[in-house]
Design a protein around this ligand. Structure first.
Ligand code: NAD
Ligand code: UFG
Length: 335
């Protein structure tokens, strides 16, 4: 298939580009590089072994999206493009709605106008809000605790309406848990601009000496060691989940489907720190800081629906997540 990846130069999109290209698909990246580096395209070519098309544009430029869909005879779109920093979304909600929601409307218009009706959307476990029970399955009630999460919920709802209105659409919303790790080449990985918000890139910068210590946000949660528990999933497993979702959509009836992409296994912040220390081979300085506003004690997936429907399961373990993060940090990350 010819597959357009909006946000394809970003962290998850670039890893999915590798998985899709290596499975024999033609991938076209469409990205405005607001949160990614131009070097990613060159690095992807090194990994994949052949050139790939990169279009530098904003998804709100509907005409350019339509042109890309037509020029490259696109069969399906994987929609990664979006802003994702929770704190920033609280400070700048208009920008988040404009980029994520308006951007998705623009994409849907372009797809509608060019009759490309197969879409995989990057959703998030954040749509579950505060868990009522664990593990989280797809029928857990949804809610939003911040503007970022609300953009994901709005988009999922829009996609439901679109699928309902026109029986030729096939849409999968993939609710990612906590993606971490990097491709085993060490050439691509997670490279946030500025100080990382997320645990793994923060740990990597502490280990490399770019940051003085890890601040652990709370050790008084109702968890085995008091620190927050999350479902960390290797980004290459997540990438494989996109391939499985596209296979599913092309072999199943129309409609909008929702799948959790997680491992089902939760690890605490302290367990993550210890695992990273083992890989790095030295203790890492940390400090117990107050809880971070908006954090929940525990969040992990029931991955059973994806296993049964997509024939997909995460395979890579915590050691692989830490090793690949550290390899990328040493080989190719900024700074
Ligand atoms: P990322 O910031 O690394 O990648 C997003 C890419 O989209 C970037 O390359 C950015 O330049 C591009 N982009 C943003 N707005 C754009 C626009 N208007 N037009 C064109 N390109 C645009 O983020 P990521 O971690 O790879 O996340 C990808 C998707 O997955 C996002 O939608 C995010 O909300 C979702 N998600 C991420 C996580 C996570 O923890 N990383 C968890 C759940 C869901
Ligand atoms: N944490 C720290 N110190 C840090 C960073 C994080 O202690 O410097 C802790 C957090 O309190 C939490 C855990 O590490 O307990 C994971 O935090 P992350 O920021 O890495 O991830 P979150 O679970 O908060 O959120 C991530 C994405 C969201 C997405 C969600 C989906 O950032 O966009 O996963 O589950 F919605």
């Amino acid at each position: 298939m010819n597959i357009l990846l909006t946000g394809g130069a970003g962290y998850i999109g670039s890893h999915a580009a590798v998985a899709l290209a290596q499975a024999g698909h033609q991938v076209v990246l469409f990205d405005n590089f607001c949160n990614s580096r131009h070097e990613v395209a060159q690095r992807l070519q090194t990994i994949i072994g052949h050139p790939l098309v990169v279009i530098e544009a904003d998804i709100r430029q509907t005409d350019l999206l339509e042109k890309a869909l037509r020029d490259h005879a696109i069969d399906a779109v994987v929609h990664f493009a979006g802003l994702k920093a929770v704190g920033e979304s609280v400070a700048e909600p208009i920008g988040y709605y404009a980029n994520n929601v308006q951007g998705t409307i623009s994409l849907l218009q372009a797809m509608h106008n060019t009759h490309v009706k197969t879409l995989v959307f990057s959703s998030s476990a954040t749509v579950y809000g505060v868990p009522h029970y664990l593990p989280l399955d797809e029928s857990h009630p949804t809610s939003a605790t911040n503007p970022y999460g609300r953009t994901k919920l709005h988009i999922e709802e829009m996609l439901g309406d679109v699928a309902q209105s026109d029986p030729t659409w096939r849409i999968a919303c993939l609710r990612y848990f906590n993606p971490v790790g990097a491709h085993d080449s060490g050439l691509i990985g997670e490279e946030p601009n500025g100080p990382p918000n997320n645990l793994m890139p923060y740990l990597a910068r502490v280990a490399s000496g770019q940051l003085p210590q890890l601040n652990i946000f709370g050790n008084d949660y109702d968890t085995p060691d008091g620190t927050g528990v999350r479902d960390y999933i290797h980004v290459m497993d997540l990438a494989a989940g996109h391939l499985a979702a596209l296979d599913f959509l092309t072999t199943h009836p129309h409609g909008r489907y929702v799948f959790n992409l997680g491992t089902g296994q939760g690890y605490s912040v302290m367990e993550m720190l210890r695992a990273f220390e083992t890989v790095v081979g030295k203790p890492l300085p940390f400090h117990i800081a107050p809880r971070r506003a908006g954090d929940v004690a525990s969040c992990y997936a029931n991955p059973g629906f994806a296993a049964s429907q997509l024939n997909w399961r995460a395979k890579l373990d915590l050691k692989a997540m830490c090793e690949s993060t550290w390899q990328f940090q040493q080989r190719a990350a900024r700074g």
